[in-house]
Design a protein around this ligand. Structure first.
Ligand code: FE2
Length: 379
């Protein structure tokens, strides 16, 4: 990840957002998992992430182990406890495997902490500096929904593999990239009537602005419903949609998530690609499972979205969905949950002008999720 961009360089694509908290991008996403070694192997073999750094007994860490994987700008950290009864154990016990940290890359972690805490953020970690022979990193952190936290990472004076305390992890086993480029957006599921509270948190505490809002009329099928608002930071690099369940005839997928995660948490990460057909073909060959829509979706989709550059046949074969807005179109597909509990999943997205989130696909998509819920007995 290059570090040559200063906050002053950032063009404002969201003029409503107030930029007292310039964010350069997502630094990393850390999951607490039951078996980090095997999870790391899954993200290497199935998803094409490269191993880059490691911390554990060999680096002097006694209580936990972390594997760091990277694909283009996307960095995942997988952490497991080595001892009983610690915070990581409690997190896994309550939530199963899941996202603990959405780390944000900043120019000044101390100021990021002061500005957000001053506006009401609950402190998770006061600013602290760590160093090794590769330089220094300043960290600070605040709480967000559920037990999820944001850590601000200031790494302009650091040149190591990942962070101080990690050693480079150069495995002889090399994985093949799936063409994933960066995190397009990260979605949080929160409980009943909590969406506005957390959107206000991102607006007031972090200076984000609301890009778009969907109510239960936009996002409902015959049986289930949810509501969603999309919050974005000033330069548009960080987009956090927030979902809450809505009343329907059957159980909302958001309620199912909250039940199994035991509270609010990250529902999905959308990973961007420049060639969704190649990316999804490659992921499917390696065993990643996606939700499918009925083939009737493809009989009418071009009437709805108009002309597209791609042939329809491979999109249909792979189950890729298409939507259009005023600025262009987008291609997207969603995996089944990638953990034991029906909680977190991934979206693969290719934007061709469109800056929206696939509203035209919500109904087909949610009907696909309902079919899965039906099989789980959670509808
Ligand atoms: Fe999404």
């Amino acid at each position: 990840m290059s570090t040559n961009i200063t906050p002053q360089d950032l063009e404002k694509v969201n003029p409503l957002a107030e930029d007292f908290l310039p964010l350069l991008g997502t630094d990393y996403v850390e999951l607490y998992v039951g078996n980090a070694k095997q999870a790391a192997y899954y993200y290497q073999t199935a998803w094409g992430f490269e191993p880059i750094a490691y911390a554990g007994l060999e680096t002097g860490r006694k209580d936990s182990v972390s594997y760091v994987l990277q694909q283009d700008k996307i960095r995942l950290v997988l952490t497991s406890p080595l001892q009983p009864d610690g915070d990581i154990n409690k997190h896994i016990n309550a939530h199963g495997d899941g996202v603990k940290v959405v780390a944000l890359w900043v120019d000044d972690a101390t100021k990021s902490y002061e500005e957000t805490v001053k506006r009401g953020a609950q402190s998770y970690m006061e600013p602290r500096t760590e160093e090794d022979k590769n330089g220094t990193v300043v960290f600070s952190g605040i709480h967000t929904y559920g037990e999820t936290v944001h850590i601000f990472v200031e790494r302009k004076n650091y040149h190591g593999a990942f962070l101080p305390g990690f050693m480079p992890w150069n495995k002889s086993y090399k994985t093949q990239s799936a063409g994933l480029k960066y995190i397009d957006h990260m979605v949080g599921n929160v409980g009943w009537n909590e969406m506005n509270k957390w959107c206000e948190f991102y607006a007031k505490v972090m200076g984000f602005a609301q890009l778009v809002s969907f109510d239960d009329k936009d996002i409902s099928t015959e049986y289930t419903a949810l509501m969603s608002k999309v919050m974005s930071n000033g330069n548009g690099r960080i987009k956090f949609p927030i979902n809450e369940p809505a009343e329907g005839r059957k159980k909302s997928q958001i309620e199912e998530y909250i039940d199994f995660y035991n509270g609010a948490g990250v529902q999905h990460m959308a990973l961007a690609t420049d060639n969704i057909i190649e990316t999804v073909s490659s992921l499917q060959k390696r065993g990643v499972e996606f939700l499918t829509v009925p083939s009737s979706y493809y009989e009418t989709v071009l009437d709805r979205v108009g002309e597209i550059d791609e042939d329809l046949e491979p999109l249909k074969e792979l189950g890729i969905l298409i939507d259009r807005d005023d600025e262009g179109y987008l291609l997207q597909i969603f995996t089944k949950p990638v953990l034991d509990r029906p909680t977190m999943f991934f979206e693969i997205i290719q934007r061709k002008g469109a800056q929206s989130f696939g509203k035209g696909n919500f109904k087909a998509l949610f009907e696909a999720i309902e079919r899965e819920q039906e099989q789980r007995g959670t509808l």
